[in-house]
Design a protein around this ligand. Structure first.
Ligand SMILES: Cc1ncc(COP(=O)(O)O)c(C=O)c1O
Length: 387
C-alpha cells in the first residue's frame, strides 16, 4: 500500500519527499485489515458491524447517549437543524470565523445565520456578545470549536437556557477535545463532527452527530434513513434523506480509534515542538489555550503581526511554499463572502476580532508522520523570513 502522504496525492521523488502537505491521514494500524474484512464480509453499504461498533465507541468517548454516523460533517449539521425543526424565517447565531459549512447548513433549512464575533481568548464565538444579537426570531446557537479549541460551553448553554434556545456544537475539528475535563460531544443539545481527510480521525468523507435526548436521537436516525419508521420497514411517516455512512468507512474509523491515544500524543508532541522552536520570534503568535480547555491538536496555528514580523502572512506562506511546504490561511470571515455579505451588512455586523485573526492567521503542517527534521526546517524558514 502507498504511504498516507502518497495517497493524499503529494509529490514523491523516489524515496525523497519533496513536498510537505499541511495534513495527512494516519492509516498505519488495522485500517487496511478492517476495510478488507468489511469487503470480504460483503457488508459494504450502511449496515454492518463496524457501524455499530463505531457508533457505540464514539458515543462512549463523548459521554453522549448516542452517536449517529453520517456521510460528512456538513450533513451532520444539516441533520441537526432538521431534527431541531429549524425553519425559514428563523435566525441562528454562528461565528463568522469558521468553515463555510457551519453557515451553509443554516441556509439549507431556509434560516438565516447571524454572525457573532469571536473571543480573543479562545477564537471561538464570544459568549459576551451573544445576548445583543438575540431577536424574537433566534432559535439557537452553533458554537464552533475552532482549530480544535472548545468553545466556552457553560457560558453559551447558560445564555441559551435563559432565552429558550438550543445549542448545536460544531466540533468538526475538535475530536476528543475536553472542556473543563468533559469531552466535546456531550456538552450541547446535539454535537457534530467531521471525518474529512484532513481531520485527526478520518475515513475520507464522513461525519457523526452525538446526542443524549432519546427523542432527538430517534428523529435524527429516522431523517438519516429516508424517513423510514424504525418499527415498520418501508413505511415513511416523514420526508427524510439518505445521509448514511458506509460500513467500509466505519472500518477505518474503528481502526483509528483503537490507536487514539497514540495518534493524539504524536500530534501533541508536534504542537510542543512548534511552540518551542517558534517561541520568541517577534510578530509570531500562538493560538491561546483557555485554562479550562484541553484542545484537540488538529492543525497548528500561528498568527503573523506584519509590523513586528516585517512581512505579511501571505509573504510567509509564499516563502514556505517555495521550500515545498504547504500551509493554509485562516478561514475568510463568512460575513464577507458573497452568499452572506449583503444580509450581514444589512444587519450592520462588525466583527473586528474575526477580521484581524483571519488576515494574520495560518496553519502549519500537522500530521503524525511529520518528522523532527521537517518541524525544524519549517521553524527555521519562519525564523529566517523575518525582516
Ligand atoms: C468547523 C467545520 N464545520 C463543518 C465542517 C464540514 O465537514 P465536512 O467537510 O466533513 O462536510 C468542517 C470541515 O471540514 C469544519 O471545519
Amino acid at each position: 500500500m502507498s504511504s498516507p502522504i502518497e495517497a493524499c496525492g503529494w509529490i514523491v521523488n523516489g524515496d525523497v519527499l519533496v513536498n510537505i502537505p499541511v495534513a495527512a491521514p494516519d492509516l498505519s494500524g488495522n485500517e487496511e485489515r478492517y476495510v478488507v474484512e468489511a469487503i470480504r464480509s460483503s457488508w459494504i453499504s450502511s449496515t454492518g458491524p463496524f457501524i455499530q461498533r463505531f457508533e457505540r465507541e464514539f458515543a462512549e468517548l463523548c459521554g453522549a447517549g448516542a452517536a449517529i454516523a453520517v456521510c460528512n460533517g456538513t450533513v451532520a449539521l444539516h441533520l441537526a437543524l432538521l431534527a431541531l425543526d429549524v425553519r425559514p424565517g428563523d435566525e441562528v447565531l454562528v461565528p463568522s470565523l469558521t468553515y463555510i459549512a457551519t453557515a451553509n447548513a443554516v441556509r439549507y433549512v431556509g434560516a438565516e445565520p447571524v454572525f457573532v464575533d469571536v473571543d480573543p481568548a479562545t477564537w471561538c464565538i464570544d459568549p459576551a456578545r451573544l445576548e445583543a444579537r438575540i431577536t424574537r426570531r433566534t432559535k439557537g446557537i452553533i458554537p464552533v470549536d475552532l482549530y480544535g479549541h472548545p468553545a466556552d460551553m457553560d457560558a453559551i448553554n447558560h445564555i441559551a437556557a435563559v432565552h429558550g434556545l438550543w445549542v448545536v456544537e460544531d466540533a468538526a475539528e475538535a475530536h476528543l477535545a475536553r472542556y473543563k475535563g468533559r469531552p466535546t460531544g456531550g456538552l450541547a443539545s446535539i454535537s457534530t463532527f467531521s471525518f474529512y481527510g484532513n481531520k485527526i480521525f478520518t475515513c475520507g468523507e464522513g461525519g457523526v452527530l452525538t446526542v443524549s435526548n432519546p427523542q432527538l436521537e430517534m428523529r435524527i436516525r429516522t431523517l438519516r434513513g429516508q424517513g423510514m419508521d424504525p418499527q415498520r420497514r418501508y413505511f415513511f411517516p416523514v420526508t427524510g434523506y439518505n445521509f448514511r455512512l458506509t460500513n467500509v468507512a466505519c472500518a477505518m474509523l474503528c481502526a483509528q480509534f483503537e490507536r487514539r491515544n497514540e495518534i493524539i500524543a504524536k500530534r501533541e508532541r508536534i504542537f510542543a515542538r512548534y511552540r518551542e522552536l517558534l517561541d520568541g520570534i517577534p510578530g509570531i503568535g500562538f493560538q491561546p489555550v483557555a485554562a479550562w480547555a484541553q484542545p484537540a491538536p488538529w492543525l497548528f496555528c500561528i498568527t503573523v503581526d506584519e509590523r513586528a514580523f516585517g512581512r505579511t502572512r501571505d509573504e510567509l506562506m509564499h516563502a514556505l511554499a517555495a521550500a515545498g511546504i504547504d500551509t493554509r490561511p485562516f478561514f475568510i470571515p463568512l460575513h464577507s463572502l458573497p452568499p452572506f455579505r449583503e444580509e450581514s451588512a444589512r444587519r450592520g455586523e462588525r466583527l473586528p476580532v474575526t477580521d484581524t485573526l483571519s488576515c494574520g492567521g495560518m496553519n502549519l503542517p500537522t500530521y503524525g508522520a511529520l518528522t523532527e527534521q521537517d518541524i525544524v526546517r519549517i521553524a527555521e524558514i519562519v525564523r529566517k523570513s523575518r525582516r
